[in-house]
Every structure is written in structure tokens, then in C-alpha cells.
Design a protein around this ligand. Sequence first.
Ligand code: ADP
Ligand code: ZN
Length: 817
Amino acid sequence: MNYFIDVVLPIPLERLFTYSVLDDQAQQLTPGMRVAVPFGKTRIYTALVMRIHSEPPQAYEAKPIHQLLDEVPLVGETQLAHWKWIASYYMCTLGEVFRTAVPGALLLESETVVILNIDFNKESSQLKEEEEMVLMALENRGALSVRDISNLLEKKTVLPILNELVRLKAILLKEELVEQYKPKMLRYVRLSKLYQDEAALEQLLESMKRAPKQIQTILALFQLQSARKPVLLKSLQQESRVSPGVIRALLDKEILEEFSLRKDRISFDQKGSVKESVKLNSDQITALKTLKEGHKEGKVVLLHGVTSSGKTELYAKLIEEYLKKGEQVLYLLPEIALTAQLIQRLQLYFGKMISVYHSRYNVQERVEVWYNVMGRKSKAQLIIGARSSLFLPYHQLGLIIVDEEHESSFKQYDPAPRYHARDAAIVLAKMHDARVVLGSATPSIESFNNVQIGKYAYAGLTRRYGNVLMPEIELVDLKLLRRKKRLKGHFSDRLIELIHDSLEVNEQVILFQNRRGFAPIVECTSCGHSPGCPNCDVSLTFHRHRNQLRCHYCGHHAELQPACLACGNNTLDTKGFGTQQVEEEAKVLFPEAEIARMDFDTTRGKHSHARIIQKFEDQETDILIGTQMLTKGLDFRHVNLVGIMNADTLLNFPDFRAHEKSFQMLTQVAGRAGRTEKRGKVIIQTYNPYHQILHQVSSNDYLTMYSEQLYEREQYHYPPLNRIIRITFKHKEYNKLNEAAEWFTEALRLKYGTWILGPEYPPIPRIRNQYLKHVLVKIPRKISAAKMKNSIKRTEQSFNAISQYKGVRVIYDVDHL
Ligand code: ADP
Ligand code: ZN
């Protein structure tokens, strides 16, 4: 008997490929196992077995596989079913889902480049001869592709050797150069050696007579030192009750000196002892009960709780019940909300049962979590992760929590599969017969609508925990103040006054500006010219610290020239403003304050985000300036003032969701203020103080926002009333792209008339030298979306058969956000 297998390759081709296998291989193989296969003339791929059979392919001679890579399936049946749903719903190939779902280190192919892991200790591991050879070659040559290694060992079948070396953490994939873990350092202070003897000290205190705050600080230090332990800088700040400026002055004068000691990462004692979860208050108990009733009816439950109402504590209670039953729990968060702070909080309750999984983790960590989940290890019973953790090999998934469910970053934008993790999670839960909770202080219009039509159940928390008042929100009219000359840079006099008040009483301030960089655009005030990107038709952004103009789409950059390139005058001016400019102005306005900035530019490293937050939490920072990164689930106790520098950039964004998003973002930022007894204060600076969204934010009126937005969506046939698919056409030739997009759109329009919009150029019509055109398909709810997708796919097949449109890429984004 001749045996064959159908496999999926991690590439964007629609079909499966058939290879031949030997009898004993066929006996060992089951669907979900990996095999190494040849492809084309010289390539090697890791492929996934879908089916084993004895029907030779008609069109070609099946090649034999190189070898088996697994003894047990890497991917289970339910997982495969879920992948198929994603491929079909999001109009992509199974191969694309395969590539996204499985960690790169499990998908080695001929072009993968590997390097030596310098932390690997060869002596302590017993390596086989060929493994040794690979490591020695890497020591000599630095990096090698899988193909190189295959040539070196003179055999095709090298993937098992490399898989083993990855597992031993002896090698790393080059594409994921890992930022090394940096131990966390804590800052301490002590009196300088110069003043250790009594006479010198006496003299010092004498000389400080006219600086009572400095004396107060020194005395506080003595107080703290009596405990005979090093004194933390932040403890001194709290104990002495002076502003950070006073301590800094003492450090500058070398009366105090600073030193650092290392603190190890969140560590548990050997028993992994954990804290009891809190007692829920009556609101939380009621919400939890309602939530469970929804689950009993088999429904997804939307937990709508205002910021700081205790949603996280409620999740913890629920998670506890599922873990006790021995079931796995997935806690999904948007990448930026996945903070050390939240993980630490959950670790307190669930300690060693937690594994964290997201893209900033290196390949080894991800492979480890994969196998732990697969092996139902207790240390991977609660998975906290970003959207890709949806793809782990769960067995007994009991509960999925989607926290901050309104976040648009749950949608993968590029590459395919362009899936929405919340929606794909709901489908996954159904396949596992698991329950789902969607949580948010500002639910998406989609999810709230699903409650309204009875599809989802609802549980609410309307008060903050401990009856802390919602912050008081004040709108500041920038137009008026500008006329009256009561603005300093981008700060209104009202905001300046309140910041001074906060600093005075040692409270912290958050300033929000949803734009990074110094000033987005440089414009010549003589001729109006503004330097643009040569590849993208978009204005370049000015980055002050490097004196650089950068393109935020393709990374093109150039030095800022003093004179305008068009007219030659020295009259370049910066327009608009970003976080960096707010920071510089703040430094001038509040020289005594310690100021930090958190945005994409300052948080690139794996731990930099956590460091900025830690310093703020430790009250080493007085004013934190940032983009929307600040809005995510952080719990800062000493923040009582939040300033929104300019609400208009949010409101005026050209997108039908702009108002919904503004409401969500502003409410979330405002939610950072006043989480303790004192009522928080929020200042929103705007040129449109009468905007309805700003009033809905001020009065925390979600329902009015929802009904107004839903009405607008009805009027213009947008989701949730219609489904949308965005089709992008892409090619480097302008004319070819236009004709191709026109042909495709007309073909669709013949069938679907007014449901087809476009083709239109996007705001940035050229990216990386490729022209783009978009078509928007609106599908009424009563029409079967699946049928319509099939029909679009058929149109694509006819389109692909037209030779003059060859090379034009067609990209689908289902439920485009
Ligand atoms: P949310 O997730 O809704 O923003 P949190 O769960 O973070 O709210 O709760 C806000 C604060 O109140 C946290 O510091 C939390 O520890 C505290 N808290 C919430 N519920 C309780 C409770 N039942 N007992 C004690 N503290 C609670
Ligand atoms: Zn560019």
C-alpha cells in the first residue's frame, strides 16, 4: 500500500500539498503532527499534517517527506477546527493562520537563521555529536541558516537537531534578538561620608538654619536609619514630606548620596504561597451572581463596570472557581494593557499557576508556555496573554476573560489572519464549551448592542470600589483663552494652577497627548511647503532630540535642514504638538518637578514600559506625560489630577468610530484620577467645549453616547448594523492599480450595487513605494456574510485570471476597525 499525507505549509497558498510517506511513517503519523518537507527546488519547510490517506495526487508526483518532527500532535483537533474557522471567516489561508498561531521556533525552515545563545552552558549538557558540530560552526561563523547547516552536516534532515537545540536553549532565532533581562534596581540614599562625624554634622545643621525643609529631610533620614536598613529614596520622600526638589538639591550639594541595590523580579517563596483573594462588596457580589446566571444560560456576559469599580477583583474570584475545578483559564488583554502591575496583582492570588504569553517574550519562553499548556501543567493553568495566546493548545479550557474588550488593538492589522481576538475567543470558547466574560468600563458599541438584542447577558458595576467618587471633569475653552492670551505654550492658566496645587501637596499628575514626537509637522511660514516622505506621500514628523524628520509609516528619515527646501528661507515652523513638546514646556513651567514621558519612543525595550511605571508608582516621578498607553489599567494611588492637553485631535480623526473611541479614551484616562478618598480632577482642554462627546464624558453618560452613535451608524450603514469588509488593492504602478481596482469593484457592484463603496485612495495613498486603494463592502445583517464572502472570492478568481492585473495584491480585512 502507498500512503500519502496532505499537509498545510506556513505560506499564503490556499491549497494543501500532498507528500508520500513510508508505511511505518504512516503508522506513526496523526493529524496535527509536524513533518519536514521539501518544497520547490531547494526549500525545506515545517508542515502540519492534516490527513493521511492512500489516494495519489492527480496533477503531480508526490515527493517523499524528509522526516517526522513530532511524536505526539503539536496541534489538537479543536485547535485545527478553530484555525479553519478563522481562515474562512477572515478570508485568509490556513497556512497564514498556521504561521501566526505557532511560535517561530517550532516552524523552522530552510531560510530561518539561527545564532548561538551566549548564556548557554555547553559543559553542563550532554550533546550529541551533530549538535556539537552545529554549535561549533555557530561559534566560528556567528549566524547560519538552516540551509547552511544542512550543507554542513551533509544531510537534509537537520530540523530535529535544531529543534532539540532550541529546546535546550542553546540556539536562538536571529529574527528575535532577545533583549536581556535587566535586574530591577532600587534607589537608596544615605548621608555623605563627609558628615559622618559629629562635629561635621553639627556644622552642617548649623549651616542649614535658614533651610528648614533641608533639616526636616536630614532628620527624617535619621529616623528611617534607626531601623538599621538601607533607606529607600522614596521612603525618604514620604517620611520627610518635602518636595523631590529639596532632596535633589541635597544630592547635588553632596550632602546626601544615592546608591542602588538590586531587587530580584517578583519572587515567591518555595511553597509558592499566595494571598487569599479579597472579600467582594455587595455590588460585586450582585454583579458576580448576575454574571453567573448569564453563563448558566450559555451566554457571553458583558461586565460593564466603571473604572476602579473592582472588575479585576471580581475576575479573580471567578478564575479561582475554574482553577479549583482543574480547568484552564485564559485572561486576554490588549498588548499595551498587559502590564507588570496587573500580572503582579494576579500573581499574588494565583502564584505559580500563571504563565504569561505575548510577543515581547522570546521564542524559548513562548515554546515553553506552549508545551506547558499542551501538557496541562499546573504552572500554565492560568494564561495571561495578548491576542496570540488564543492559539495555545488548550485542553480543558473553562473560562475566557477578555479584559478591556473595547480595545481596537485586539484586532490584528497585519499580516493575515486579520482576526479580532475578542470575537475569535468567543468562537474558541464555544468549541470548548467554555464561558466568556467581556469586561470594560466603556464597552464597544458592538458588544453593548449584542446585549441590547439579547445575544449577550449583562452585569454592571456602577460605583467605584469604596465609594470613591468619579473624578470631576472640567472643560477648558482654548479658543477663548488664546484670545485672552491666557495660554503658556499649550498649557491653560487653569491647568498650570491645578498642577502647582498638586505638586504642593506631593500629588502626582498625568498629562495626556495622543501623539508622540515633538511636533508632527514642519511647515515653512513663507511658502507653506512641508517636507514629505519620498515613499509614502505623508508629512514627516519632527523628532527634536535627534533633530530628525521621520516617516511613521516606512521609517525613512533625514536630518532637519535649517532652510526650507522649496523657497530657501529660514522660516521653518513646527505645527501641532506631541508628547515631547508637552514635556519640554512642562520642564520650563515646573522646574522643581520630576517629569517623565511614556510613549512609543520611550518604551521600545522589553522592560522600559515597566520601569517608567515603576518609577511613577514609587513616586519618583511627579508628572507623567504620555499617549494612550497611559489609559491602560494602571492603578496609581497618588494621582489626583489628569490633564488632557487637546481633545480635538481625537474628535476630528477621519473615521466613523472616532467619537466612540474618543469617549473611551477620555473616560479611561480620566479614570486614572482620584482612586482614593480624595475626589480626582480632570481638565480637558479643547477648541470645541460644546462637543456632545465631551459632555457625555464629563457626565459619564455611556447610554446617551451609545444611542447617539448607534443612530449615526444606522444612518450610514456601519457596524454593528452592517458588517464591513475592507478590500485593499496594492501595486507599485499607479495606472495598473487603478484599472485593476476599478475592474474588481465594478464586478462586485454589478452584484451588490450600493453596498460597495469606492475604490478610494486612503489618506496615505502610497506606502513603501506601493500605491493603495480601498473598497468598502457593507453587508446588511440579514444577508449571509459567508455567502457574500464566497462570492467575493469567486470574483477574485476571475480577477486573477486576467493577465494584465497580474501582481496586484488583494487584501481582505473582515470587520475592519
Ligand atoms: P477595575 O478593574 O474595575 O478598574 P480594580 O479591581 O482594579 O477595579 O479595583 C480598584 C481598587 O479597589 C483596587 O485597588 C482593588 O484592589 C480595590 N478593590 C476592589 N474590590 C475590592 C474588595 N472587594 N476588597 C478590597 N479591595 C478591593
Ligand atoms: Zn515613508
